[in-house]
Design a protein around this ligand. Structure first.
Ligand code: SAH
Length: 407
């Protein structure tokens, strides 16, 4: 777990106190009573703490500070992140008094599904979920040709990066998701798959439960910039990769960034085996400045150097995402420069023809131009795949996620 920002929520504050001791004097005294009846507001040490967002070590530290044995935290973690239970009354091996205290502290319902759409083209499925503040985010479950399922996760409501070709950037609302809200998207996909009988197996400790229907791969390529919400994304990765939680291999997870260089190294230090995708999308600073304002702060060369300077990891893969925009970034020279950069970083390139959305100023290149671009890059030594985004007919493709509202 990393602590990269000053803690803002009360959960983070309490944790900060637990881990640093700085605020120890302000810690609420752990209640010793077995039941919450008659308790004053301050007596509940779990009050307002977002338990679903806490990685296991933090949950244990919290329980310890609350005068509870560590194994209770382990039990709760298993209910939350293996059995995916959100109803306190069903957590039957926790003492009734503790359950009442936890139930009184805060709800576990952090996202509500409002809409599900299934693509007639490729059976991918988009789920629109509402945060407690009523904002819509989207996650997409995609059956791949390999037979595996990849889930695309959102990390924020809206996005600050203002990429000119992306629908998410046009949303007026911006809000970071919590780690719990990120994890809950995966929990939702697991429950859905389990209900449909889609057991995929291979999960330690989850064979009979919803984790047996876990997606194979997770990509942080939905709404938002994951590295602009680093703490929550990092905590979510801790929970998702915990062998006593969702038990994902980090090698099956990819975090995609527009290029927030300062946080790339922090993420890589905390999660060395998680794959990184960089949305390169242009091969000159002149064009990239126009398409992606982040480039003005972190030009292409600087980001390449940051990626080159990452401590080596035997497992981390780096990919470039390259949205192909007609007449903007689709020339032979672009393909050659792209190939050179990909070779320098030993990166694989995913070329993604632009996906249209209402009001977009861009188009996808003609089919022959797309094929030529890929061929030129490949002949110049790039490992490159042409990726047709899934779910284009349901507004679920790359760049189309805009928090659709249920009718
Ligand atoms: N903010 C992160 C995560 C979003 S990922 C990032 O920028 O990497 C979404 C991916 O879809 C990015 O690679 C982005 O460049 C690409 N994309 C955005 N809009 C698109 C569109 N309309 N068509 C195709 N790809 C698009």
């Amino acid at each position: 777990m990393i602590r990269v920002q000053s803690p803002s929520s009360s959960a983070a504050l309490l944790l900060f106190a637990v881990t640093s001791g700085r605020l120890t004097g302000t810690l609420p005294r752990p209640g010793r009573r077995a039941c919450c009846a008659g308790m004053t507001e301050n007596a509940n040490p779990f009050r307002e703490i977002d338990l679903l967002s806490l990685p296991r070590p933090a949950l244990k530290a919290l329980f310890q500070a609350a005068g509870q044995p560590a194994f209770r935290a382990e039990q709760l973690f298993r209910w939350l992140h293996v059995r995916l239970e959100r109803d306190w009354t069903r957590m039957t091996d926790l003492p009734a008094g503790l359950r009442a205290q936890l139930a009184e502290a805060r709800t576990l319902a952090v996202l509500t599904a409002t809409l599900e759409r299934v693509s007639a083209l490729d059976a991918s499925q988009k789920i629109v979920l509402l945060t407690d503040a009523g904002h819509a985010i989207e996650t997409v479950i995609m059956p791949m040709d390999s037979g595996h399922v990849t889930q695309c996760l959102s990390s924020q409501v809206g996005c600050k990066m203002a990429c000119d070709f992306c629908a998410t950037a046009r949303l007026p609302v911006r809000q970071d998701l919590t780690a719990g809200q990120i994890v809950e998207q995966v929990a939702y996909a697991c429950r859905l798959g389990f209900a449909l009988g889609l057991r995929r197996g291979g999960v330690a400790g989850g064979e009979d439960g919803p984790l047996s229907a876990r997606p194979h791969n997770l990509v942080f390529m939905g709404m938002g910039e994951p590295l602009d919400n680093l703490q929550a994304v990092s905590d979510a990765l801790d929970i998702l990769c915990d062998a006593k939680g969702f038990d994902f291999s980090p090698r099956r997870i990819t975090v995609s960034t527009s290029g927030l260089a300062k946080n790339v190294a922090k993420l890589a230090a905390a999660h060395p085996n998680v794959n990184l995708a960089w949305s390169l999308t242009a091969t000159t600073d002149e064009v990239r400045d126009r398409l992606m304002p982040v480039n003005k702060g972190v030009p292409i060369r600087r980001m390449v150097d940051v990626l080159l300077a990452l401590p080596p990891s035997p497992h981390r893969k780096i990919t470039f995402e390259y949205a192909l925009l007609k007449g903007v970034n689709d020339t032979d020279d672009d393909a050659l420069r792209l190939a050179e950069m990909a070779r320098e970083l030993n990166a694989h390139v995913n070329a993604i023809p632009f996906n249209a959305w209402p009001g977009a100023d861009y188009q996808r290149p003609e089919r022959l131009v797309i094929q030529r671009f890929v061929d030129v890059a490949r002949r110049a030594g790039a490992s490159i795949t042409l990726r047709e985004s899934k779910g284009q007919d349901i507004g679920a493709a790359c760049g189309q996620l805009a928090g659709e509202k249920a009718a």
